[in-house]
Design a binder for this molecule. Structure first.
Ligand SMILES: [Zn+2]
Length: 457
């Protein structure tokens, strides 16, 4: 017999892991000022506008000016172009906005005819030449679906999934375009997510082939509703999913992870930790609840398309999803209402999620790159730990820190300044700690942790 616990007796989901404050204060004032510019009223209007296209199904109408995915992507492009025009940026630092068109043939799955899958992308070039190659993405998918994933005509308002993430991308483009960051920021609204991550996968594959340096991707998918269908609210939190071992790990990498206990140190996991550290530093009203797995059961998302190509990518999703509202025809049935309607998106909460993304992106894009080729020296039986790395190329690098945590800890616990060096020995046993190294610059911005490989000579 099957045992089911009544909802009222279920324990709450686990509390977020405590984040030890390994980012020293004070929080940079320029970032705090930027966060104040994020406007819940614009986010409200954008979610309503996106839902107002009726459906944004990837196979829906592209000629109407008012309904379907074509109208939606032209509106998104116009909004990004407006942000670029009003940014005051010119020349090689100007923000560009464009449609990225991918011709896709029927795939025998969720694409049943030839279709153009079109991502809408704005690129804000980094202001530091040595950092400009490095790209940080914020993305949401602007396509939507109803109960039948192949129904391209029925209403699919997609307000939360993923009008919320799309509106967040637009708002960050507006607010960040007027400011300068060392590395390049990419604001992307993808299509084809519901048909199998098509737009994100095409973009990630092309980026890999072109040798683009994608250093981090923040995917926002279903981020506008803090309410819990079982009752209550999770107003102060958002889940943040990340892979602990890279999707691209080969058997040797898995073997090394088994041997060293390093199952939670993929670049994507370090990216998730940066988000948590930045949220704690800025005392943000929405903090990430780190979930140490790539995604939810039975669901996928665009970050996975980047993970598959070896890029660090993580996913934000609200704490308690309401399955009556996702992937459902808008209807009432047996006294229950279904559908992903704008009234279920809380703009004030969405604005606070946007602030979390914006703060993390600002820190990442202003910080130096993570130190190159980090190595943990395993050459002799000693009670010390020696780490080596190569210098980060940015001219404002002021030094390096060795991070460490207990092998059983979820987040970095200690940061030790070792100065402007590329090798450090600590009087601590490598058997008992997990170590990493990060770079910091003159303004106090910290790179993500670079987790070392084991070197035997
Ligand atoms: Zn989605």
């Amino acid at each position: 017999m099957r045992s089911t616990t009544p909802a009222s007796e279920r324990p709450a989901s686990p509390a977020p892991a405590p984040v030890t404050a390994v980012l020293p204060g004070p929080a940079p004032a320029v970032v705090t000022a930027m966060l104040a510019d994020i406007d819940p009223a614009r986010l409200r209007a954008d979610v309503d506008r996106l839902a107002g296209f009726g459906t944004r199904h990837t196979l829906s109408d592209t000629t109407s000016e008012t309904r379907g995915i074509g109208a939606a992507r032209r509106w998104l492009l116009a909004e990004l172009q407006r942000a670029a025009a009003s940014s005051g940026r010119t020349g090689e630092l100007a923000m560009t906005a464009e449609l990225e068109v991918h011709g896709v043939a029927p795939d025998g799955k969720r694409i049943d005819r030839a279709v153009e899958v079109v991502n809408v992308i704005a690129v804000l070039p980094g202001s530091m030449p040595e950092a400009r190659r490095r790209r940080y993405y914020v993305l949401g998918h602007y396509d939507s679906r109803a109960s039948d994933v192949m129904d391209a005509t029925i209403d699919a308002p997609g307000a939360d999934d993923d009008g919320s993430g799309t509106a967040l991308v637009l708002e960050l483009a507006r607010v960040m375009a007027t400011r300068s960051f060392d590395a390049t920021l990419v604001f992307m609204a993808t299509a084809g997510e519901e048909q199998g991550l098509v737009g994100a996968r095409r973009h990630a594959e092309a980026a890999k082939a072109a040798g683009l340096e994608i250093a981090g991707v923040l995917s926002n998918d279903i981020v506008g509703d803090p309410s819990d269908p079982r009752g209550g609210s999770h107003r102060g939190e958002i889940r943040l999913f990340s892979e602990g071992v890279p999707a691209t790990a080969d058997p040797a990498a898995w073997q090394l992870a088994r041997q060293t206990g390093a199952f939670a140190d993929a670049p994507s996991r370090q990216l998730a930790r940066v988000v948590a550290e930045v949220a704690a530093l800025h005392e943000l009203p929405v903090r990430p609840r780190l979930v140490f797995r790539p995604d939810r059961f039975l669901r996928g998302g665009d970050h996975t398309a980047f993970n598959e190509q070896g890029f660090a990518a993580v996913r934000f999703t609200e704490v308690a999803e309401d399955y009556d509202r996702q992937h459902q025809d808008v209807r009432a049935e047996a006294g229950r209402s279904y559908g992903d309607l704008p009234e279920h998106v809380d703009a004030a909460y969405l604005a606070d999620v946007a602030r979390l993304d914006a703060a993390a992106l600002a820190h990442l894009a202003n910080a130096p790159s993570a130190p190159g080729d980090p190595q943990l020296m395993a050459t002799a039986l000693t009670g010390d730990t020696t780490l080596r790395w190569t210098a980060s190329p940015e001219p404002d690098v002021a030094g390096y820190e060795v991070l460490r945590r207990a092998t059983s800890a979820a987040t970095w616990e200690h940061a030790q300044d070792v100065g402007q060096v590329t090798e450090a020995t600590l009087p601590l046993s490598k058997d008992d700690w997990l170590f990493a190294v990060r770079a910091y610059d003159r303004d106090g911005y910290r790179s993500p942790a670079a987790f070392p490989r084991v070197a035997r000579e």
